[in-house]
Design a protein around this ligand. Structure first.
Ligand SMILES: *[C@@H]1O[C@H](CO)[C@@H](O)[C@H](O)[C@H]1NC(C)=O
Ligand SMILES: *[C@@H]1O[C@H](CO)[C@@H](O)[C@H](O)[C@H]1NC(C)=O
Ligand SMILES: O=C(O)CCC(=O)C(=O)O
Length: 305
């Protein structure tokens, strides 16, 4: 395995010194990071992909620039559908829209897979004012049953030392308030406590622009933490596209087309302001996030059909 790793490193070095764009090489980082990704492959599949990628590299030594791009993703294609690039061809920006009808949303964004920010997405939601660290802490310490014990509950510690939501809510008040001199933190989790879910849903609604046929997915994802942090570049392996409401703080999303579309499509950078909702098919668009200076960032989101 070590030998294989060295070989892979050598190939990457060689690629770096050739005229292949730095961007493409950085995409390969994704393969290496798969194991730590949120909502992506289960650990075992992830290790399998890594081994497969390395094996394919060894069996088919790099001959052309194209192989570098194609081969590692052949392995992941066992798990990921090949992309026809229709989600990104002709897309020149991430639109910002408001008062959009369900039909327009469906035609222009849901059906096409184009990312969009709906600026009035959370209008009337109490969650915007109500959801903060203390609210979640109280909620999760009061509901029966431990969220951490259930296998379907996912927790993303990112760069923190936390192993569970219980540990997160045990941090000092000062740190939770991002006071100077305290350690940075940014975490995410999927709510899988039914009682907590019922409480959460009292304070937000299914986004008004989602098509009527859209199923309300019961599972919510919450991301919370301070400026300077974020999620690294990755792609998800969930069933449907997602919406994510920015309740507090400001977050920049870096979106990249699937590797096989890199030459045909653009990358985008879009900042989501408080009260806005971003809609992205995170299974197809590679994405990375960064919390901008200012207040804590809190988002709630879900998949939609
Ligand atoms: C992209 O735009 C070109 C020129 O307007 C058009 O011919 C083509 O069908 C479009 N492709 C997609 C996937 O929308
Ligand atoms: C909570 O924090 C205290 C003080 O930092 C620590 O001693 C204790 O072990 C923590 N408990 C849990 C469950 O993490
Ligand atoms: O909101 C974030 O910071 C990360 C979101 C993300 O990675 C995802 O939804 O897959």
């Amino acid at each position: 395995m070590q030998k294989a790793e060295r070989r892979l490193q050598a190939i990457l070095k060689r690629a770096e010194s050739s005229d292949i764009k730095q961007e493409i090489i950085s995409e390969l980082e994704i393969v290496k990071k798969l194991c730590n990704n949120r909502k992506t492959y289960k650990k075992r599949s992830c290790i399998l992909i890594a081994i497969l990628s390395i094996l394919i590299y060894l069996l088919y030594p790099l001959k052309t620039d194209e192989c570098l791009l194609e081969i590692p993703f052949e392995a992941s294609k066992i798990f990921r559908q090949p992309e026809d690039c229709s989600i990104c061809i002709n897309v020149t920006r991430v639109d910002r829209v408001s008062r959009i009808s369900q039909d327009d949303f469906d035609q222009m964004y849901a059906k096409t897979g184009r990312p969009v920010v709906v600026t009035d997405g959370t209008k009337g939601w109490e969650a915007v004012d109500l959801f903060d660290f203390e609210f979640f802490k109280e909620l999760y310490t009061s509901v029966a049953g431990n969220q951490d014990d259930r296998s379907e509950c996912q927790f993303f510690p990112y760069k923190t030392e936390f192993n569970s939501l219980t540990e997160v809510f045990n941090m000092s008040i000062e740190r939770s308030r991002l006071e100077p001199g305290t350690k940075h933190w940014y975490i995410g989790w999927s709510n899988c406590n039914d009682d907590a879910g019922k409480v959460l849903r009292q304070f937000y609604r299914e986004p008004y622009f989602l098509p009527k046929t859209s199923e309300n997915m019961a599972l919510n994802w919450i991301f919370m933490g301070g400026p300077g942090s974020g999620a690294h570049m990755h792609v998800d392996d969930v069933r449907y596209p997602s919406w994510q409401a920015q309740l507090k703080g400001r977050k920049t999303w870096y979106l990249a087309p699937p590797p096989e579309c890199l030459y045909k499509c653009h990358r985008f950078e879009v900042t989501v302001e408080p009260g806005e909702i971003i809609v992205v098919d995170t299974n197809r668009w590679y994405h990375q996030t960064h919390i901008l200076p200012g207040s804590i960032s809190i988002t709630i989101g879900s998949e939609f059909d």
